[in-house]
Design a protein around this ligand. Structure first.
Ligand SMILES: [Zn+2]
Length: 145
């Protein structure tokens, strides 16, 4: 089930993954893109910050569902747990990743016709450089790869 949520200022949208449908989409109370997050005071009890984006969770709902469906102790359920374990997290590595990949790859695919050997080398270089860049940019999901 694909859940797309628009940020509070309305400029951006992000697809979410709700692992095993343990939590309903309503667990995500609000989404703030790097623009609208600047006007939000960060509360680590209910929010996770990922490279300028903020996801705000309904922690009461999250705890209720996680205790009931997963049998976990309520104190284990934190915003970091919901994000890192995939129960309410980006579907991609970061919002907009698939779009970025598409446009970045187009340039490399153009090489395929000219020089297939170089194409595979370029593709490998690109994939490695891309992952290094995402780590350096600080995306939370890239840190564990
Ligand atoms: Zn926004």
């Amino acid at each position: 089930m694909e859940v797309r949520i628009r940020c509070e200022c309305g400029a951006k949208e992000a697809p979410f993954n709700l692992r095993d449908n343990i939590l309903p989409p309503e667990v995500i109370v609000a989404l703030y893109c790097p623009e609208c997050s600047q006007h939000v005071s960060f509360d680590k009890a209910t929010m996770i910050l990922d490279n300028g984006w903020i996801i705000e969770y309904d922690m009461d709902l999250a705890r209720f569902m996680a205790v009931a469906k997963l049998g976990l102790p309520a104190e284990k359920i934190t915003p970091a747990f919901l994000f890192d374990e995939g129960y309410a997290t980006w579907k991609e590595l970061y919002p907009g990743e698939l779009e970025d990949i598409k446009s970045e790859k187009e340039a490399i695919v153009a090489i395929l016709k000219e020089d297939p050997h170089r194409y595979f080398q370029e593709l490998k270089n690109w994939a490695n450089a891309r992952m290094e860049r995402l780590k350096a940019e600080g995306w939370r999901k890239a840190q564990s790869i």
